[in-house]
Design a protein around this ligand. Structure first.
Ligand SMILES: [Zn+2]
Length: 308
């Protein structure tokens, strides 16, 4: 009866159960539309692994579900989260708000460009202005907040251990993002440094089943808070550079088949595929404990545009 308890808990946590495995349904149905097993699968004692709330009768059928999910992520990920429309350039906004003069803007843009030519690294204009003492951080945060139309999250009393299971540490570092707080298991507050990454927000919504409220954080607070987050116990994370999408599908399927998670989900953040496996059903709504999940982060080589 252990697995029923697990599924009941998963349902309580808001995870969709496999369509055929609802209470009252005698036999589960394989979610692979091209499943060729027929009634034989009733003799297979599989309830796990689960993938995106569904169940497949065999490794072959799981491979089909995974291939469809990889195709979906490859084709649709960017279209669903377009870049933020019509953002006013930071310099213009600061001048309009009276934070800096047009002359200061011109000077900063020139200095920023000179530095970029010398170091090969472009410092964001706002950051440049704060560094050169022209602009205070509070004024910069007001402008950024208006530019991105989002709040500024204070991180002074940040408690990283409460959100330790939210996401792989690599994603925090790669996209300048920090899970801040999970409110009532329904809203996940995520702070970004300098710019909001909608692709990551969207992936987090799908992974956690929570609404993501994105905001900005002051650079002066972000670094320390992020160091705290990076220092908390994290879900086990593997990295994979797949030569093609076919290799990616095979690797994900093998991972799911060998780990037999109660649930697994796939999302893409720009070029990074994020597979998360739930080792056990959630105790309730909200973020999983770091030990309850494990992550696989993968990129696909240039040749891998077709899943065949
Ligand atoms: Zn099947």
């Amino acid at each position: 009866m252990h697995r029923l308890t697990g599924r009941a808990a998963a349902e309580a946590a808001g995870m969709a159960s496999s369509p055929g495995a609802r209470a009252g349904s005698l036999f589960p149905h394989c979610a692979n539309p091209r499943c060729a097993t027929g009634w034989m699968h009733l003799w297979r004692s599989r309830r796990v692994p689960g993938f995106e709330g569904r169940w497949a009768c065999s490794a072959e059928c799981m491979g089909e579900l995974v291939a469809a999910a990889v195709r979906r992520e490859m084709d649709g990920g960017d279209a669903i989260s377009p870049p933020h429309p019509h953002r006013m350039p930071m310099g213009l906004m600061l001048v309009e708000q009276g934070g800096i003069t047009p002359a200061q803007l011109r000077e900063a843009l020139e200095g920023q460009q000179r530095a970029a030519e010398q170091t090969g690294e472009t410092v964001r204009l706002g950051e440049w202005l704060v560094r050169s003492g022209v602009l205070g951080e509070p004024a910069l945060m007001r402008a950024l907040s208006a530019q991105w139309n989002c709040p500024v999250f204070p991180l002074a009393s940040y408690r990283p251990e409460e959100v330790a299971g939210a996401m792989p540490r690599f994603l925090s570092e790669a996209f300048g993002a920090l899970p801040v707080r999970a409110a009532a298991g329904r809203v996940l507050y995520v702070a970004f440094s300098g710019r909001i990454d909608r692709s990551l927000s969207y992936a987090l919504e799908r992974m956690t089943g929570m609404r993501v409220a994105a905001g900005l954080a002051r650079d002066s607070e972000f670094a320390g808070a992020q160091a705290g987050f990076l220092g908390t116990p994290a879900p086990a994370t593997r990295f994979l550079e797949a030569a093609s999408s076919w290799v990616l599908v095979r690797a994900i399927t093998e991972r799911i088949e060998s780990k037999r998670p109660v649930e697994a989900r796939l999302a893409r953040i720009h070029d990074t595929y994020w597979l998360r496996l739930w080792r056990r059903a959630a105790d309730g709504p909200g973020l999983p404990a770091p030990g309850a999940v494990e992550d696989l982060l993968a990129t696909v080589g240039n040749s891998g545009k077709s899943t065949g």
